[in-house]
Design a protein around this ligand. Structure first.
Ligand SMILES: O=C(O)CCC(=O)C(=O)O
Ligand SMILES: [Fe+2]
Length: 397
């Protein structure tokens, strides 16, 4: 059971998780029937009837994979890249942002950059996501089975080649380099996040990979327009500069002392496919899901943390931060963050690093994960460790 908990925590955007209930997994048909039954009962109660004619169906757009549908190892949908890009050969694209956008990020802690990726790129990412959801990877098992998301996979670039190619060839690195005012961008960790069923309440991001707050930039790329009331993060303006939230904290009580200046200014954005949100990892934010946890449409997002040039490797064993750095690399604390596990994407991807990945040498093994996590249990204070479990199943509301 502890191993499934580890996997669940590993998958999630923040260091929180949920222990999947293993004794009974609803089949797809059972789940659908369950949803319909719930709808019907609710409607009958409202109408004071025991039976209703106009039964509204809220069907999940994605059904939970069965245990045996999960895949292992490398996956490659072999997608054609947009704009005639030749895989591993064409130089990455560029997308200029304005001085004002950079200032907004620095002052507000978050910026919305519209239309970074055109229709072709959005279709490409959607196809990559469709493949991934159709052929779920083992590394998505716990996060998905916990039902926090319809599908969630950390470091999806490591297993699905089309996401790696996206980082190598799209303008994502150029945008991030301008935001971080840096001449080099590496990918520290990423997440494919499809439909946050439960959402996450107010938090700061501490699953940024093995880097410090200041070395990282969070990014969020959407393939869909989000519904009016949920599905896109909401931020507390300027909250990255707060000096009251503990470094190790995940969830934040926004009513707590010292956050008066931030809690009344919430930033929400009208998000369209191809847009990016970029924020400082300490900016306090939340994301809501639908009130009944059922997504009848898609909310597909590729997000994560990029490392700026000069970032060092910080060994986070002994703290919850280790959960986003469970790979089998050999980097030591304080070394330059230079490794195929954290591939360079700007100014240009590196063929050698890409080959390491393609040859299956950028990997994770369950035993390695267990030993790193074991380090967390023995080295960290029991209190800190248990705080990661106290947040299990919390919702964004
Ligand atoms: O959009 C989501 O599902 C999660 C957003 C979030 O909190 C994050 O990416 O850090
Ligand atoms: Fe977050």
């Amino acid at each position: 059971m502890i191993f499934f908990s580890i996997l669940a925590l590993y998958s999630l955007p923040c260091a929180l998780g949920f222990v999947p209930s293993l004794p009974h997994r609803y089949s797809k048909i059972e789940m659908r029937q369950f949803t319909l039954d719930k709808e019907k009962i609710a409607e009958d109660v409202i109408n004071g009837k025991t039976e209703s004619k106009s039964q509204t169906e809220r069907r999940k757009v994605i059904e939970e994979p069965a245990l045996w549908e999960y895949n292992f190892g490398l996956q490659d949908p072999n997608l054609q890249l947009p704009h005639g890009i030749i895989r591993d050969s064409t130089t990455p694209e560029k997308f200029e942002i304005t001085e004002e956008q950079i200032r907004t990020l620095e002052e507000d802690g978050v910026v919305h950059i519209k239309g970074v990726f055109d229709k072709e790129w959005v279709e490409y990412l959607r196809s990559a996501t469709a493949y991934q959801v159709e052929k779920p990877h083992f590394w998505a098992f716990a996060g998905t089975a916990s039902k926090l998301y319809d599908y969630i996979q950390r470091n999806v670039w490591q297993t699905n080649r089309s996401f790696a190619s996206f980082y190598y060839h799209s303008a994502v690195g150029h945008v991030l380099s301008q935001c971080g005012k840096t001449s080099e961008i590496r990918l520290s960790t990423d997440l494919l996040m499809v439909n946050p069923n439960k959402g996450f309440k107010w938090h700061q991001d501490n699953q940024n990979g093995p880097i410090s707050w200041e070395e990282g930039i969070r990014f969020w790329i959407t393939m869909d327009e989000t519904p009016e009331d949920y599905g896109a993060p909401v931020y507390l303006k300027g909250s990255h500069s707060n000096n009251v939230v503990d470094e190790q904290a995940v969830f934040v009580d926004i009513e707590s002392e010292g956050l008066e200046d931030f809690r009344n200014e919430q930033l929400e954005f009208k998000i369209m496919p191809g847009d990016m949100l970029i924020w400082h990892p300490r900016t306090i934010h939340k994301v809501d899901g639908p009130s009944d946890g059922i997504w009848t449409s898609y909310r597909r997002v590729l997000g994560g943390t990029a490392a700026k040039g000069g970032a060092l490797y910080h060994d986070k064993r002994g703290s919850g931060g280790v959960l986003s750095d469970l790979g089998q690399h050999t980097l030591e604390d304080g070394e330059q963050l230079k490794s195929p596990y954290f591939p360079i994407v700007y100014p240009r991807f590196c063929k050698i690093e890409a080959e390491e990945r393609d040859n299956g040498r950028v990997g994770r093994s369950p035993t390695d994960i267990a030993s790193k996590f074991g380090g967390l249990i023995t080295k960290a204070s029991g209190e800190r460790f248990s705080s990661f479990f106290q947040v299990l199943g919390s919702s964004g509301k």
